[in-house]
Design a protein around this ligand. Structure first.
Ligand SMILES: [Cu+2]
Length: 187
């Protein structure tokens, strides 16, 4: 009789442990699912890309220490790579170096489509003040006013739909000198 009770208790204990293990596993699975839904992006290649938005010169050598502000002109007005590739739901990390403004236009927009007569002045303009392109037509992202930001910063932009998106520098003379590129978003 005693042995039977012991066997019963042992069985009950093992069952309880199995249920607990199952519940923990189920909970983990649920957490994982909730997390995936929240970010709606899987991992792997082409989930994001890094784009250099302007670049500091090194020839002739450039010395920015100790935080010399008059080096603004020692800057290449370039977007590298010119075409960044990601998949839908991914992000582009625009690493901004210099006095630049990231503006993104919708799928299929070409540089010639930008109306450069619609401009706005920076809030805290350097001298002479460069105009900032403010054409809202098909614009899906306009970045921060560069006159209120440090010259070195990052802006992360999300692309939900496939397409070829035009990215320009909003600083009018930079855009006119060819500072633009594309983000190709694959399905
Ligand atoms: Cu620029």
């Amino acid at each position: 009789m005693k042995r039977l009770r012991l066997a019963f208790l042992l069985t009950a204990a093992v069952s309880a442990l199995a249920v607990a293990t199952y519940l923990v596993a189920a909970n983990n699975q649920h957490d994982k699912k909730a997390h995936a839904t929240a970010s709606s992006v899987d991992s792997g290649p082409l989930t994001n890309a890094t784009v250099s938005f302007g670049a500091w010169m090194t020839s002739p050598p450039l010395d920015r220490f100790p935080n010399i502000s008059n080096t603004r002109t020692s800057n290449h007005h370039v977007i590298i790579p010119e075409v960044a590739k990601i998949k839908a739901g991914g992000t582009v990390n625009f690493i901004i170096a210099g006095f630049h403004q990231v503006i993104v236009y919708d799928d299929g927009t070409q540089p010639a489509d930008i109306n450069t007569t619609i401009t706005v002045l920076p809030t805290n303009p350097p001298s002479p003040p460069p105009a900032l392109i403010a054409d809202p037509n098909r614009r899906i992202y306009r970045g921060l006013d560069p006159s209120l930001q440090p010259a070195d910063r990052v802006e992360v932009v999300h692309f939900a739909q496939p397409g070829t998106y035009l990215v320009i520098c909003g600083v009018l003379p930079h855009f006119q000198a060819g500072m633009y590129g594309f983000v190709r978003v694959l399905p």
